[in-house]
Write a protein that binds this ligand. Structure first.
Ligand code: PRP
Length: 194
């Protein structure tokens, strides 16, 4: 079966054409990231800090965030997957890639692109906490509070957004659209079952 990427390449389809409207433009995103970076710099001045990016969606946010943070810090990556494809989270999470470093006694900030049902974060926090970090906090670029199914503590939220299907700036649909420089709402016809 051809990938969605191959389908797009073949039809020379424009990614922008599938966007109903821009929810957050580049300037809004970068202004907010500067504020988040400043908050982290203040909080962790003179302290150890390890940022953990949850692949793949958060890589674009992470890349901009680290450049907005002025204090020394280390980065690492984890990858998780919820079983099942599509627009719904199933609530079952598995680890596809674990951290490379030990986190015992360290100050951790988990960096997410979006918190939806909360299942991914809830699971991640549970397994990270078992490793006894000195502190464990969470930053997400986007939060969809209406979709929450499990309660999770989030320390920094870039933007609270309505329950719309968003892509771009790292977020995908079927692995496509991650490279859009803004956060856009996908046209319903793109993901609606035909
Ligand atoms: C997204 C996002 C979060 C999770 C949030 O990842 O990056 O990790 O879903 O959803 P939840 O709150 O309902 O658990 P996804 O599994 O789509 O993988 P990706 O980042 O590789 O696109």
């Amino acid at each position: 079966m051809a990938s969605k990427i191959a389908e797009f390449a073949k039809k020379k389809q424009s990614l922008h054409g599938d966007i109903d409207h821009v929810l957050l433009n580049e300037e809004q995103i970068h202004t907010r990231i500067k504020e988040l970076g400043a908050a982290v710099s203040k909080e962790y001045a003179g302290k150890d800090l390890l940022l953990v990016s949850v692949l793949k969606g958060s890589i674009v946010f992470m890349a901009d965030l680290v450049r907005a943070i002025e204090v020394p810090h280390e980065i690492d990556f984890m990858a998780t997957s919820s079983y099942g494809a599509g627009t719904q989270s199933t609530g079952v999470v598995r680890i596809l890639k674990d951290l490379n470093v030990s986190i015992t006694g360290r100050n951790l900030v988990v960096v997410e692109d979006i918190i939806d049902s909360g299942h991914t974060l809830s699971y991640l926090l549970r397994i990270l906490q078992e490793r006894q970090p000195a502190s464990l906090r969470v930053m997400t670029l986007l939060d969809k509070p209406e979709r929450r199914e499990v309660d999770v503590q989030v320390d920094w939220i870039g933007f609270s957004i309505p329950n719309e299907f968003v892509v771009g700036y790292g977020l995908d649909y079927g692995e496509v659209y991650r490279n859009l420089p803004y956060i856009g709402v996908l046209k319903e016809e793109v993901y609606a079952t035909k």
